[in-house]
Each structure stands twice: as C-alpha cells, then as structure tokens.
Design a protein around this ligand. Structure first.
Ligand code: EPZ
Length: 418
C-alpha cells in the first residue's frame, strides 16, 4: 500500500489542472449500455472508480477500450446480461448506476446490493421505488436486487430525497420507457445536466435537467455518441482550498465558477480572493482566515463532498466555525485524524464545532474515505513538519495524480511504497 509524505509550510504558486469529473464519468459510462453502437468519451479521469466501472461493463458483455479516451460498445439487445457481482459492486457503490440502463434496454438487471460504506448506510430505496413505479418487478434475494420489466412504462415519480445517482438511474431508465416520465424533487447537480445532454445526444427526449422537475419522453432506441467530460468540480474545489490554505496564488485550470458558487462564496467569506479567469479560477490568500459556518445541502447548496476540506480551513481560521453534515450520517471520519494533528474539534451528532487558530502539527495519519483523505492532504500542506498519510488508495479513487499536481505548484508531496 502507498503512503503520501507531505512537508508542510510551502506556498502553492502557479497552476494545477483539473481532471474530468468522476461523478459525471460514472453515470455516463453506465449510460452507454442504453445505446446501439459505440460511445466514445474524452477527458475521462484515470481513477480506480472509473477503471472498476469499465471492468463491470466488460463483465456485462460490453467492449471497453482505452483510458482517458474511453470507448464502450454495449451488447446487442436480446442477450441475457450477466449480473453485476458483489466483488465489483462492494468496491464501487456507483455500480448501482447500471440498474436503470440494464432493465430499460435488456429487460432485466441483477445487481449486488452495494451495502453500506464508510460514510453511511446509503440505501437505494429511492432507485428501486422509482423502477417499481415504472412497472418493474423488483425482488431482493441473496444480497442481490433483481429488476425485470419487458418494457418499462413512464410514471410520475416524486423522490423523497433529491438523490443524485437515484435521479440518474431513473432518468436513464425513462429514456427507453413507454410514454412520459416525470421525476419530481430531482437532484440538480451539474452531473445530472451533463448526463441529460449526453442522453439527448443519443436521441433521448429530456427536459428540465438541473431543475427539480425532469420530464422524459420515452423513445425506442438510442445511438452511441462522442462526449467530452466536464472538469471535476470537487477536485477543483479541493485545489482552491489548498491554494488558500497555503497563502498561495494558484490558477485552478478548468474550474467552472458556475459549478462552485457555494464553495467560492464560503472561501471569499473566509478571506480568500477567488477570481474567474479565461482558463479557470485563480485563488489568492495572505493567510489569516475568518471562521466559516457551513451546512451541507443538495446542489446548489454547499456540497457534502467539500465538507472535510473546509474543516481544515476552519481549523486554520481565527475563531469558532460550525460545520453541519446534513447529507450523510457518518461523514466526520477525518476528525479523529485532525485531532491527532492538534485541531480543536468537538462533534455533537451531525455538527462539528471547530475552534481554529492553533497551527496543526504534522503526524502519521490514516485515510478512511475519499474526501477525508483529501482533507488530510490539505492539513499536511500547512502542518509544521512532515505528515505521512497511509491507505492513500482511498484518495486514488477520486484524485488523479494529486501528488504530481501539487508538486508542480510548489507543494512538497511525494508518494512512497509502504
Ligand atoms: C452521489 O452519491 C455522489 N456519488 C457522492 O459523491 C455525493 O457525496 C452524493 O451524491 C451527494 O452529493 C456519485 O455521484 C457517484 P445520494 P449518491 O443518493 O448518489 C440518501 C464522492 O465523494 N439516500 O444523493 O450515493 C443517502 O443515504 C461521493 O465523490 C436514501 O436514503 O448520494 C444520503 O444520505 C461520495 N435513499 C442522501 O440520500 C436512496 O435511495 C444523499 O445520497 C438514495 C439516497
């Protein structure tokens, strides 16, 4: 297993470039199951999660080749598709995204239930309720969910929660259903809009993606497309925080302001300067941050995927910050590691009170989940001394070559084999 070794106290200067968005790539790759012929995706991030999705699609009978430029050809309709096995799904929960496309195009899907993960139970009841509403027969047996429908029919679905992958699954399923589907209380993340535009390019008829009401008119077939994946807004946000924390001056190349309004507003509130430029967003800070109060919300609210990163900013700020994690029930796994680095954080249920201002001290720490790992990298960049982060395979799921990107901007970060 690899570890990252970070020498704190170095300003970041210059630029970092953002890779394609993991949470856009995963549903887009699943969507290629819906189309006849080949789909080609560009600017695909080379990440473990994306490689697992490629492996899963191969297992389901697709031709999959390439990495950053990734081509997928799904099997012909009429073939019985194998199930999505536990050993793949347990390593990557977003595998559930093949559910909707499989039952819509092949009439049947058998996917291992993902089970919980570090940050929470993360059930998929909304996905399954929606598919039932569309006429699918959904049964659970031996840890698998089995979904069958000779042909899905359009339905009026009201989600209890604006679930991102739930919305993506149901939107994809609806593209080949008989008639019209309305999804109310839909998630509004940019990845939903990007998926909808790719599905429309395949021949789907979708309106309202990015708003709380999405309407889909089912069609009989979809065709493969070429699509370039948008920059990863969470990776971009992470680098903006890194630039601010180190009192640096960094151009985050590829960052899209419109996808980061809530994050940029909080960065500015803390005292960092964020300015849009032609190539992305520039962040500058001279240190001395004000506290930030944050409650994570569905998009366009403050993203839960940036909560752990902002806890480091709160620890560096003078005063007390309140951080509420309102989306997942257990997304404070980074706190015990930050405490070991000298942070002063009190957790009460879903709220963390962070008393900032004391410098963090370098330590040997352990990554527990993807965004907690990113938080530890940020803490290492400003801690006094050399921090070692173990189990960086968590980081590799969502950040492509983060040590190279940070080193090119002046960070003292290297990867070592344990
Ligand atoms: C997506 O996960 C993202 N993953 C997550 O990013 C992100 O944190 C999350 O959305 C919230 O923005 C991908 O897009 C691949 P949800 P998802 O369904 O779709 C509950 C990262 O770090 N819920 O919107 O699984 C659920 O338990 C990852 O890149 C139900 O109760 O999240 C959670 O509390 C982590 N029933 C809340 O809704 C359901 O059927 C939001 O979950 C579905 C969800």
């Amino acid at each position: 297993m690899d570890k990252l070794v970070i020498e704190g106290g170095h300003r970041l200067e210059g630029e970092v470039s953002v890779s394609g968005a993991k949470n856009a790539a995963l549903p887009l790759l699943a969507a290629s199951l819906l189309a006849e012929g080949t789909s080609t995706f560009y600017n695909v991030p080379v990440l473990d999660d994306v490689l697992i999705m490629g492996k899963l699609l191969r297992h389901l009978g697709c031709e999959v080749e390439g990495r950053r430029r990734l081509r997928v050809e799904a099997p012909q309709r009429g073939r019985e598709t194998p199930s999505a096995p536990y050993e793949l799904v347990k390593t990557m929960r977003a595998s559930v995204l093949v559910l909707g496309p499989l039952v819509a195009r092949y009439g049947r899907a058998r996917v291992s239930l993902p089970g919980g993960c570090a940050i929470g139970a993360r059930p998929i009841d909304q996905h399954l309720e929606g598919l039932r509403a569309m006429g699918a027969e959904v049964t659970l047996d031996h840890g698998y969910v089995d979904v069958r429908a000779p042909r899905l029919r359009g339905a009026h679905i009201v989600l209890d929660i604006p679930t991102v992958t739930g919305c993506e699954n149901l939107m994809m399923a609806a593209t080949l259903a008989e008639g019209r589907t309305v999804i109310e209380n839909a998630a509004r993340e940019p990845e939903i809009e990007e998926l909808a535009s790719a599905l429309c390019a395949m021949g789907a008829r979708i309106r309202g993606a990015g708003t709380p009401i999405i309407e889909v008119e089912g069609v009989s077939r979809l065709e493969g497309i070429e699509h370039t994946i948008v920059a990863d807004r969470v990776e971009a946000g992470t680098f903006l925080v890194a630039g601010a924390l180190t009192g640096g001056d960094v151009l985050v190349r590829g960052a899209v302001l419109g996808h980061l309004d809530a994050v940029v507003a909080k960065l500015r509130g803390a005292g960092a300067e964020v300015t849009p430029e032609a190539e992305g967003l520039r962040v500058r800070a001279r240190g001395g941050f004000s506290p930030v109060d944050i409650t994570t919300q569905p998009y366009p609210g403050f993203p839960t995927d940036m909560q752990a990163q902002f806890m480091v900013l709160a620890a560096a700020a003078r005063g007390q910050s309140m951080i509420k994690e309102a989306i997942f029930e257990n997304r404070f796994m980074h706190v015990p590691e930050l405490l070991r680095m000298g942070a002063d954080i009190q957790i009460d249920g879903r709220v963390a009170a962070v008393r900032g201002g004391r410098p963090l001290s370098a330590a040997q720490v352990m990554a527990t989940d993807l965004r907690a790992s990113a938080c530890l990298v940020l803490a290492g960049l400003i801690a006094d001394g050399t921090t070692e982060i173990r189990r960086v395979y968590h980081l590799d799921r969502g950040y492509e070559g983060i040590e190279d990107k940070l080193r090119r901007a002046g960070g003292r970060v290297r990867r070592e084999r344990e």
